[in-house]
Design a protein around this ligand. Structure first.
Ligand SMILES: NC(=O)c1ccc[n+]([C@@H]2O[C@H](COP(=O)([O-])OP(=O)(O)OC[C@H]3O[C@@H](n4cnc5c(N)ncnc54)[C@H](OP(=O)(O)O)[C@@H]3O)[C@@H](O)[C@H]2O)c1
Length: 324
């Protein structure tokens, strides 16, 4: 496995991160693994040298964090653990979501409890909170770092102007700033190349794209898009504009290049992302040990400039998707 320094944190992460949205309970989503299978995947990830794991309080309503914590029991120091907060956890409690000081302090403590850890390596805001001033959020997050509950701060999908404001606010107040951006970025969705990625590059922010395989649509021909349980039932996948613009042709070119090189389509999709300037570690989602092994192998897959250009050529602008 190859490692890279995550943004300006000085912390080393594997070039592939294992996304844990598919761990917890199938009561949450049909395609989610139970505890035993989740632990098996984490064990195999560690064997492959993958040391970076991303979860969120909302995945399986907290069960994903619990499974990840259990899987890492006794091996905590080997892993870089990232989680997120923002989405409301309890329908009857309006303060169980958002990024107010009250919500952050409570939700962070609940995440630590479920993970069974004293500290989270990377604590991320899942979305922008339009009801809380960014200054309040950044002060509460900075306090979490000072209290030793969190090592580094990160953010997930938002507009670039909002991220710039958050970074500027921390700098102005002398607070810890966001060290990473977890954004929606893959070969079928490239709108982040306009504003967010250049901003991250300029600010030394690490980039860890979510849904790097377009929720599976980059891992199989478009005619087969809905042939898996997740493909059939994942409404989010259908909402993203993956097959708009030149998406279908990109998908065909991924298949063609994969055949030519004797590798899997998923490996072409991941290798393309790993060749993009500024991308540290795509967060791969999988429920299969074999697919996890594919992802680890993709780190060594070299694509030439002309192959990269061939894959990119059909892309056309599409509507923004992933944050609102
Ligand atoms: N911050 C956010 O708002 C946000 C949003 C979405 C996701 N995330 C994070 O990103 C992670 C990944 O998201 P995602 O699951 O949507 O990502 P993804 O990696 O784009 O897609 C996962 C899908 O690809 C399939 N797949 C993976 N490797 C494959 C292979 N080698 N061959 C064939 N199919 C393959 C998986 O099927 P199998 O299960 O069969 O392998 C699964 O259906 C999540 O776990 C979460 O941590 C964050």
């Amino acid at each position: 496995m190859e490692y890279t320094t995550l943004g300006d944190t000085g912390m080393e992460v594997s070039r592939v991160c294992l996304g844990c949205m598919s761990f917890g309970t199938s009561d949450w989503r049909d395609w989610v693994l139970d505890e035993t299978e989740g632990i098996e995947l984490v064990d195999r990830a560690l064997e492959l040298g993958i040391n970076f794991f991303d979860t969120a309080n909302m995945y399986s309503a907290g069960e994903s964090e619990r499974v990840l914590g259990k899987a890492l029991d006794g091996r905590r120091d080997e892993a870089v653990v990232a989680t997120k907060g923002y989405f409301q956890m309890d329908e009857s409690n309006p303060n169980s979501g958002g990024l107010s000081r009250k919500a952050i302090e409570q939700e962070l403590d609940d995440s630590l409890d479920r993970l069974g850890m004293d500290t989270i390596d990377l604590y991320q805001t899942h979305r922008w909170d339009y009801d809380t001033p960014i200054e309040t959020t950044m002060r509460a997050l900075d306090d979490a770092v000072r209290r030793g509950k969190v090592r580094y701060l990160g953010a997930s999908s938002m507009w670039a102007h909002q991220f710039a404001e958050a970074l500027h606010t921390s700098d102005r107040l002398g607070l810890d700033r966001f060290a990473t951006m977890q954004n929606h970025y893959n070969l079928l969705y490239r709108e982040e190349e306009r504003e967010m990625l250049p901003l991250c590059e300029k600010e030394g922010v690490g980039v860890i794209p979510w849904s790097p395989l377009a929720r599976g649509y980059l891992a199989r021909p478009h005619a087969d898009a809905e042939t898996t349980t997740r493909g059939e039932t994942d409404d989010h996948a259908r909402q993203h504009p993956y097959f708009e613009g030149g998406g279908r042709e990109v998908n065909e070119r991924v298949e063609e290049l994969a055949d030519e090189k004797g590798v899997k389509m998923a490996q072409i999709g991941l290798a393309w992302l790993l060749h993009q300037e500024g991308v540290d570690s795509p967060i791969v989602g999988t429920t299969s040990v074999e697919h996890l092994e594919d992802a680890a192998e993709a780190v060594d897959l070299d694509l030439s400039d002309s192959e990269l250009a061939y894959l990119e050529e059909p892309a056309e602008p599409v509507r923004v998707s992933g944050h609102e």
